[in-house]
Design a protein around this ligand. Sequence first.
Ligand code: ZN
Length: 309
Amino acid sequence: MQHTLKDQVTFKGGGLHSGEPVTMIVSPALANQGIKFIRQDITDVDNVIPAQWDMVEASQLCTRLTNKAGISVSTIEHVIAAFAGLGIDNAIVILDDGEVPIMDGSSKQFVDAFKQVGLQSLDAPRKALRILKTVEIKDDQGRMARFEPDVSSVFEYTIDFDNDMIGRQSYTFDLNDNVAFQNELSDCRTFTRMQDVTMLQQAGLIKGGGLDNAVVYDNDRVLNPEGLRRGDEAVRHKLLDAIGDTYLLGMPVIGRFVCEKGGHALTNQLLHELMSDPRHYTVIEDHLGIGTSSSDGNVSSTSKLAYNA
Ligand SMILES: [Zn+2]
């Protein structure tokens, strides 16, 4: 079955790149509505922005959606990852500015709040996109992203940074285990290197960035006084991003996503390649209940269980 939230949840914070304060209200939605953003501060043109793969503007640093009227919402990936990881299909996300609040740089506060309010099952079957043929894209700098057929919803990521503390990290994760999503991925924060901070600031980005919402690596040390949440927090965060970015297909994927040295733009290019040929995939009923603890629709009790665990 499809799911939405039982009640609305409000988040207050600042945009990572804009530095502007923003209030975000996530509300329940009806079956088959999907995830939609609404820019409450825009009233003269269409202010509804569907969370769809073909509305993404390519960016290395965040995922931005833009509707046909040119209205955008940025840095959507961590809240979308929370929807994906908890199996939430339908929600309305109302903002009074153009960027989702960065919170602590991870999906943790979104996941905690959604679990607290609880999920509601809807009287409509959930769909999943099953990969039928391997689809791969590469560039000349060693970046690669691929979907291949699999029986579950698997994400495999490798990063390789010229930095002593990050270095090469790999992690494989099955999204079908939503308790693992909550415990192992959802609190992993976005990160940057000290040498990149000045460049990003000069480009007018990360105006709201700080040690309370991003891990900053400076050669062989981490500048955040509390240190890392996991030794391999960086690659786990990239997985979190990939889970959010691929959920813009509007449903979970049954297949294996493999990525090496990728990012938001590469993942979105892969989605375009995947959807360019209907022979690459088929849409089926989600018999696994990906992201939800069970597929029997008994969400109230399972979400409570996961919360107490
Ligand atoms: Zn991220």
